[in-house]
Write a protein that binds this ligand. Sequence first.
Ligand SMILES: Cc1cc2nc3c(=O)[nH]c(=O)nc-3n(C[C@H](O)[C@H](O)[C@H](O)COP(=O)(O)O)c2cc1C
Length: 208
Amino acid sequence: MSNDCGGYTYDEDAINARKSDVKIHPVLLSRVSPREMTGELVSDEDINSLFEAARWAPSHYNLQPWRFIYAKRGTEHWQKFMDLLWPLNQQWCQTASHLMVVLSSKWAELRGEKHRIPTNSYDAGSAWMSMAIEGAAKGLVIHGIGGFDFDKAYEAVGANKDTHNVEAMIVVGKRPAKADRKQNETITPRNPINTFVSEGIFKNNDKF
Ligand SMILES: Cc1cc2nc3c(=O)[nH]c(=O)nc-3n(C[C@H](O)[C@H](O)[C@H](O)COP(=O)(O)O)c2cc1C
């Protein structure tokens, strides 16, 4: 990690390893999902900046259906969140600072009426990505998690399936400086554009 841009950093390894076919903003290539964390706690200010980034995501009718429930390591809520994770995730999350459960609200009031938000999951995904970009650019680990017990998560955070979806979890931690890293983490590639874009009609090349 280098290129300090007024408190923000780019991951040079990621930018060098990832060759975009078309020029895009380097922050998008620089965002990665590392697992190695220092074990330090992330400051409340930095955590708040993640929520601030999420706050500015776009959404259907600007209804902002994303909800983030967090647990900080060392607090009463921590173990309850850790217990949700699949064992493999639990192992590397020992050094995390915060765990989050991302929810979305299915319903909102729109022009005085109860409105089923058709894009609640999609909107929550936008908010997560804003958070991920802000966090990665700050040199934090922001790592999405699908490997956890979804049913148990409703119970753990006190959410109701009729009104809210559990969407994912997020791991947040401090990333070691490049020189201090013990793990050589894989920088992931991507499928070419023509495998997921088509004009006018959906060409189903999916296996399942
Ligand atoms: C919704 C979601 C769920 C994920 N679940 C897990 C997980 O359970 N465990 C894990 O180690 N990584 C998980 N990941 C990380 C992905 O494996 C990673 O984002 C993907 O391989 C692309 O790599 P990159 O984020 O470094 O670009 C998840 C990511 C997302 C966005």
